[in-house]
Design a protein around this ligand. Structure first.
Ligand SMILES: NC(=O)C1=CN([C@@H]2O[C@H](COP(=O)(O)OP(=O)(O)OC[C@H]3O[C@@H](n4cnc5c(N)ncnc54)[C@H](O)[C@@H]3O)[C@@H](O)[C@H]2O)C=CC1
Ligand SMILES: O=C(O)C(=O)Cc1ccc(O)cc1
Length: 367
């Protein structure tokens, strides 16, 4: 499709959407704008966008589709500023914010002027930010929530989905309220838990200098998201305050309950608590990306000799297959193979599997 796509906020999500749209619609012109001029210039040199808008107003007025990809408080402010601009009557405005109720409420004023606004949230990402982390395939297989209000005609929703086809995401329509309730529990609240675990370890570090050195393994895994952009998460917590306050209350009573089981050494109930959590978690789908992203891992059963890692990474490098993470798993219990390689897509994992099979006799497993 032809048209001007205007992306405001050229970071991880804005940049990734720009790349995904261009991949599917090569005739579209991607115009970008960012308050951080260096980020906009970087986006232009990395060919994430075709051109930088002269101003926010200029980009908005030329656009057929406007994508607001800024932290959610900024998105609310931009939606208010847009009331002064002379937008095309046919423009479709959308956003990518992790919260929906306050944004959709603010956008009602645009809707009253006949401008189409469809709230959006591609539910995949990472703890990284900035345009250098942007990838065209970031949203492949992920859920992409849209929250059109009843005034929005369905052909506009279909048109937006057509523009976003290159994301290869799975669209889901929800009300803003349902969206904020679900993301509160599976995405937003876990961030405060991760951050609080890090704070707890930091406080202990003053007593035991070894804490951070010993925290290198599992602790790093469960607290990965504490490395996310603090501005973005501050805004999300303020926007989804009501849901999150309710979750804090439930969490505190849950902690008190499990605390008293430990205090009483109630081994049966403690066991049951872990068991039911394990059963629910083991049953979660693994291939679909979600707000807690699944990684494309490949386990390689390698012999324990020096140089085996460089041997394998060498074969992969020769075939231009990028690895996002590499780790030696120290226990063989339940997991076959000791070398865990992570990839960005199913396709990369399949290529790696074939490459390792071609060059070695090592068994590979997807768990
Ligand atoms: N990081 C993630 O994994 C996900 C983030 N989101 C949502 O996407 C949005 C963007 O997040 P990221 O791309 O991760 O952040 P980012 O930090 O990578 O990029 C945000 C960009 O917006 C720019 N910006 C800030 N205020 C602006 C303004 N007033 N006008 C123009 N540009 C402005 C910043 O300079 C920055 O380049 C947020 O609303 C976030 O809630 C949604 C899904 C996943
Ligand atoms: O890195 C992670 O695990 C994330 O949680 C990514 C993420 C961040 C914000 C969203 O609204 C959706 C996904």
């Amino acid at each position: 499709m032809k048209g001007n796509i205007f992306v405001v906020g050229l970071g991880l999500i804005g940049g990734s959407l720009a790349l995904a749209i261009k991949k599917e619609h090569s005739e579209a012109t991607i115009i970008g704008f960012d308050v951080n001029e260096d980020e906009a210039k970087l986006a232009r040199s990395l060919k994430v966008i075709d051109e930088i808008a002269v101003s926010l107003e200029d980009g908005m007025e030329r656009a057929d589709v406007i994508i607001l990809a800024t932290p959610v408080m900024q998105t609310e402010n931009i939606l208010a500023d847009m009331l002064e601009f002379r937008l095309k009557e046919t423009v479709i405005v959308t956003d990518v914010g992790s919260t929906k109720q306050r944004i959709v409420k603010q956008a009602e004023r645009l809707l009253q002027r006949g401008i189409t606004f469809i709230g959006g949230h591609p539910m995949a990402g990472s703890h990284k930010s900035g345009v250098t982390a942007a990838r065209a395939h970031l949203f492949e297989n992920a859920f992409y929530v849209l929250t059109p209000t009843s005034e929005v005609p369905s052909d506009k929703v279909e048109r937006l989905q057509e523009w976003l086809k290159g994301t290869k995401a799975q669209f889901v329509i929800l009300s803003p309220r349902e969206h904020d309730r679900i993301t509160g529990v599976i995405s937003h609240f876990p961030h405060i838990i991760a951050a609080s675990l890090v704070h707890q370890a930091q406080q202990y570090e003053s007593e035991h200098a070894l804490v951070s050195r010993l925290a290198a393994g599992g602790f790093r895994d469960i607290t990965r998201i504490a490395s996310s952009n603090p501005e973005m998460w501050r805004d999300i917590f303020i926007h989804n305050k009501e849901e999150l306050l309710a979750l804090f209350d439930r969490w505190l009573s849950e902690m008190n309950m499990i605390r008293s089981l430990v205090e009483q050494e109630n081994s049966e109930k403690i066991y049951h608590y872990f068991l039911t959590a394990k059963q629910f978690r083991d049953g979660l789908p693994v291939r679909t990306k979600g707000a807690i992203p699944s990684f494309y891992d490949l386990y390689v059963d390698v012999p324990d000799y020096p140089g085996v890692i460089s041997e394998i990474t060498g074969y992969l490098a020769k075939e231009n297959i990028s690895i996002t993470n590499i780790r030696i798993i120290e226990t063989r219990e339940e997991i076959y193979g000791v070398l865990r390689l992570s990839f960005q897509s199913e396709e990369d994992r399949a290529k790696a599997k074939a490459c390792i099979k071609k060059h070695t006799n090592y068994e590979t497993y997807e768990v």
